[in-house]
Write a protein that binds this ligand. Structure first.
Ligand SMILES: C[S@@+](CC[C@H](N)C(=O)[O-])C[C@H]1O[C@@H](n2cnc3c(N)ncnc32)[C@H](O)[C@@H]1O
Length: 420
């Protein structure tokens, strides 16, 4: 079947608006005539597979990675390497505007802050030992299949260089699992998620392997779903991995949250500090390991950091010794801060996971905090929560997109709400 692509969707798919409803065609661009194989139903339309681009768009460019594309063996990590720089930025900004428009919010979306290629400091890869050898990489976009990657233009070179080393080390040892790799100041921080516990051989060989490969810490967890409930068990710690947040060094718990790029984190931190301005008493909700809370305390503010994971609040407390900072472990979905608890804060910083912060935002809307700085990694849940704050009497400033997830359909943004 041949179709004309009319628009680009939030996931980066070309969409053809046909008489029978939308047809979603990954890797196709607006204005292109494409030949497709239409498959299963998807939402209000049908998913299709791109077979041929009959009339390429001027916005199309060659992908930078050999693993990108519509094939069955293509990596699912990137969705939009085929867009020119300008049209890629327009697409991402439009995703924010469209999400806001769905909640009747009309506000400027500022020019996007971008991060360079080869800057992603955290990746999560899957691996599986097969008769032919160990495959290690991202999952395919079309199935659960693991794409055995040889390159990744998104990740830091230090991480890419580690991939063949880990492939050799794990071959024949562990059936299957996932690897979370974070680049830190001391070297790589690696967590292996696998049902099977590492055997004695692996544990004996790990110190020499890690020293040679530049891995500061290797830990293991049974938890393949990464719910993070139980901290991973250290296999070998040559040095405790750390990062700098502003001027403060934080020793990271295994598999803790870290913004995906240093560049993106720096931009978000600058935005947060500027937006908080001269507010003296600040709450940082969903604080992670203190990427915002610690620099705010360093700026002489009195800060309370709220975070769901005890290991992360511990890390904040240790790093913040001597600063005016307190950290509380709290589940903000089950126990959001109530209006009475919010009293006394001049500003609240809010950086929830992709699900957003529905419960907390309801209570913020009912409270009187003068300034709320909302950092979000999901424009859809951000727009939903923004509508609640606006209905509660807050005014939203122009929104700042920060493209921390280069070439993927994900996007970070930062925003400020002020009580009128
Ligand atoms: C997007 S991260 C932001 C972290 C931090 N602001 C930063 O920039 O590094 C979200 C954080 O919320 C925490 N979190 C997730 N669900 C939570 C919940 N229900 N209650 C409290 N914290 C939660 C996660 O552990 C994670 O550290």
């Amino acid at each position: 079947m041949e179709v004309l692509i009319n628009r680009l969707g939030a996931r980066g798919d070309g969409i053809s608006d046909t008489a029978d409803g939308p047809v979603y065609v990954p890797f196709a661009l607006p204005g292109e005539m494409v030949s497709v194989r239409v498959g299963k139903s998807r939402g209000d339309g049908r998913a299709a597979e791109l077979r041929d681009v009959l009339s390429p768009s001027a916005d199309r460019q060659a992908a930078v990675c050999r693993h990108f594309g519509p094939g069955e063996n293509a990596c699912g990590g990137c969705a939009a390497q085929h867009l020119t720089v300008g049209s890629y930025a327009d697409w991402k900004r439009n995703v924010v505007s469209a999400a806001l428009a769905r909640h009747r919010i009309e506000i400027d979306v500022l020019p996007m802050i971008s991060v360079p290629p080869a800057s992603r400091r955290r990746v999560r890869l899957a691996f599986r030992n097969l008769a032919s050898g160990l495959v290690l990489g991202f999952r395919s976009g079309r199935s659960d299949r693991i794409v055995d990657i040889a390159e990744c233009p998104v990740a830091m070179p230090e991480i890419v260089a580690l991939i063949p080393r880990l492939r050799d080390f794990l071959a024949g040892r562990v059936d299957r699992g996932e690897l979370a790799i974070t680049h830190t100041d001391e070297g790589a921080d690696v967590v292996m998620f696998s049902r099977k516990e590492p055997d004695l051989d692996l544990r004996m060989d790990a110190p020499a392997f890690c020293a040679d490969a530049g891995i500061a810490r290797l830990a293991w967890s049974t938890d393949e779903a990464a719910s993070n409930a139980e901290p991973p068990e250290p296999v070998i710690v040559l040095e405790t991995p750390s990062v700098e947040f502003g001027g403060t060094t934080v020793h990271l718990p295994s598999d803790s949250f870290l913004q995906p790029t240093t560049e993106g984190e720096t931009a978000l931190r600058a935005f947060v500090l500027e937006a908080v301005g001269d507010a003296a008493v600040v709450a940082d909700l969903y604080a992670g390991c203190g990427a915002f809370a610690l620099p705010l305390a360093e700026a002489d503010k009195t800060v309370t950091a709220f975070e769901g994971l005890a290991a992360q609040t511990d890390a904040i407390r240790r790093a913040g010794a001597g600063l005016k900072i307190a950290a509380e472990t709290r589940d903000l979905v089950r126990q959001p801060l109530r209006p009475a608890e919010l009293e006394g804060f001049d500003a609240v910083v809010l950086d929830p996971p992709r699900a957003g912060a529905a419960a907390q935002v309801e209570l913020l809307a009912a409270g009187g905090v003068p300034c709320i700085v909302y950092v979000s990694c999901n424009p859809a849940t951000f727009a939903r929560d923004a509508r609640v704050l606006i209905d509660g009497g807050y005014a939203l400033d122009p929104v700042q997109p920060v493209d921390q997830f280069l070439w993927s359909s994900h996007l970070e943004l930062a925003s400020v709400f002020r009580r009128a």
